[in-house]
Write a protein that binds this ligand. Structure first.
Ligand code: 5RP
Ligand code: CA
Ligand code: ZN
Length: 219
């Protein structure tokens, strides 16, 4: 069957998938995990094999339930006054957090704990019995896991990895908490090329999907 169905099956089984956005956007391939499935060994894969920033995308509904702002709206400094991103209208960054049971927050074990607890927080927030005070009792900011806020109508509003990952999670009936991390090229430091990302997928028995295929099926 097709790559998108295989991606959804793998994702639902807690495996990472590789998602390339669009050549005319970032032109990046992110490793994407359901947040609830991220063990310490998976954080090690993200920093060793992907190499980008480890982020957790939360849906608009979850972010609203626990009052998570866009980062630019709470940074009181002129650097946040103007974004002028070359590839999109705005970034999806919210606060960086650590679970309060972490020590430094950066180790594989610490980040895995923060990430899996974020998945549980997302489920509870959607169930309606978890608010900003519950979230603040569990997480502190600043921290070492970057939160991202999904657009309200996901891919109809914005087509970043934030929304691509959250749309895949929704389709796979998973919590609205998804880890994304850019794949970088160890030789050049640039974004890993789609060919090299497909090669990594083959070698590691993972599914690679194009953002266009996700949009085709899920919008
Ligand atoms: C955070 C990012 C990444 O590009 C990530 O994929 C989320 O952003 P976007 O939704 O804009 O693709 O900038 O490291
Ligand atoms: Ca980016
Ligand atoms: Zn991205």
């Amino acid at each position: 069957d097709d790559a998108l169905s295989r991606a959804l099956d793998a994702f639902a089984a807690g495996e990472p998938i590789l998602v390339h956005d669009f050549d005319d956007r970032e032109g990046e391939t992110d490793v994407v995990y359901p947040a609830g499935a991220v063990a310490p060994v998976d954080v090690a894969r993200l920093r060793n094999d992907a190499g980008g920033l480890v982020c957790v995308a939360l849906s608009h509904e979850v972010a609203d339930a626990v009052d998570l702002p866009f980062l630019d709206s709470v940074i009181d400094h002129p650097t946040a006054a103007d974004h002028d991103l070359a590839y999109d209208d705005r970034s999806s960054f919210s606060l960086p957090v650590n679970h309060r049971d972490t020590f430094t927050g950066i180790t594989d074990e610490d980040r895995s704990l923060t990430i899996t607890e974020l998945s549980e927080a997302a489920e509870r927030a959607l169930a309606g019995d978890y608010d900003v005070d519950d979230f603040a009792a569990e997480f502190r900011s600043p921290g070492h896991v970057h939160l991202l806020r999904g657009a309200p109508n996901l891919l109809s509003d914005r087509q970043g990895h934030t929304e691509l990952g959250l749309a895949l999670a929704a389709e796979a009936s998973l919590p609205a908490a998804v880890v994304v991390c850019e794949m970088l090229d160890d030789e050049t430091g640039a974004a890993l090329s789609p060919d090299a990302a497909r090669d990594y997928a083959r070698r590691n028995d993972l599914v690679y999907v194009e953002g266009a295929a996700v949009v085709d099926r899920l919008v």
